[in-house]
Design a protein around this ligand. Structure first.
Ligand code: CP
Length: 313
């Protein structure tokens, strides 16, 4: 595997999940694999879990880690080919990616959608720019349209908590005061399409995700009906995709409650706004898996880095 940009870069998801669960039992087992190797984590946006869990994963593999808040501390990057850089941007992605490639063996990038221009967001100029011009493997730590490290952690969490041959898993939209990107939901849907599960997506009308991603999935606009007999409920907000980046209505009645959850396990990628997205009783109750999910971020990153290190040794 050269890069990890999408959940589809995991060539055998079931095997990767099993290997990640084994790594949890012996996190330092491959401590020599990353000796004399360096990973550079470049953040164009904020993070808690991704930043710390990816560092932890790299350290478990014996790697050195460099972290840069590129969005605040780096030169503003130009991505266009042939642009006359007469104002604003100081450095071109062509030089930046090649320079970074000399300092480390793997580069990981976080660069969210700006939600102003769908075509530009879907072009993934930051992630694609690094992938095109870097000479080292690139890892996606959440891009405009995908969060594959989160989806892999979610697959691990489902596997560890599932007791049925074919569980019912519901992805439920939730209200949020701000316009959020589609990356987490997109990658969760892609991951669920690889699972043996009854999978349902529920959201108010107008919040349809990219139909190229949800193709073949059951979509139910009645949240109560969707949640019937669910084993797992994954809650996430996203802004409108058709009315790109807009919060078209608040739908506060879509907040997840203990009553709606019933016997299902609760999942969310975090960070989460209490009593807006989900009520306290759910997060503080014993059906919540959110802390386990966050812990599994270390092992999703670790299995990805291990696979890459095995190819570049
Ligand atoms: N879930 C997740 O990616 O968390 P952070 O934004 O804190 O990294």
């Amino acid at each position: 595997m050269k890069h990890y940009l999408s959940i589809h870069d995991a060539d055998d998801l079931t095997q990767w999940v099993d290997e990640a669960i084994a790594l949890k039992k012996e996190p330092k087992k491959y401590k020599s694999l990353g000796a004399d190797k360096t990973i550079c984590l470049l953040f164009f946006n904020n993070s808690l879990r991704t930043r710390l869990s990816t560092q932890k994963a790299a350290m478990n593999l014996g790697m050195d880690v460099m972290v840069m808040n590129f969005g605040n501390e780096g030169w503003a990057l130009e991505y266009g080919d042939g642009t006359i850089m007469g104002e604003g941007k100081s450095e071109h992605i062509k030089e930046a990616a090649q320079v970074v490639s000399q300092y480390c063996d793997i580069v990981a990038i976080r660069a969210f959608a700006k939600l102003q221009d769908k075509i530009k967001d879907e072009a993934e100029e930051v992630l694609e720019g690094f992938t095109q011009y870097a000479s080292i493997p690139v890892v996606n730590m959440e891009s405009s349209v995908a969060h594959p490290l989160q989806a892999l952690a979610d697959a691990i969490t489902l596997e560890e908590n599932n007791a049925k041959p074919k569980p019912k898993v519901v992805l439920s939209w939730a209200p949020h005061p701000k316009a959020l990107p589609h990356a987490v939901a997109n990658s969760f849907v892609k991951m669920m399409k690889l699972q043996n599960a009854e999978f349902v997506i529920t959201h108010p009308e107008g919040y349809e995700l990219d139909s190229r991603i949800t193709e073949g999935c059951r979509i139910e606009h009645n949240q109560k009906k969707a949640l019937e007999n669910a084993d797992f409920v994954y809650v996430k907000n996203w802004s409108s995709y058709s009315d790109y980046g807009e919060v078209i209505h608040q739908n506060t009645d879509w907040m997840m409650t203990a009553e709606k959850l019933d016997k299902a396990k609760f999942m969310h990628c975090l960070p989460v706004r209490r009593n807006m997205v989900v009520e306290d009783a759910v997060l503080d109750g014993n059906q919540s898996l959110v802390i386990e999910q966050a812990n599994n971020r270390t092992f999703s990153a670790q299995i990805v880095l291990k696979k890459i290190l095995e190819t570049i040794k």
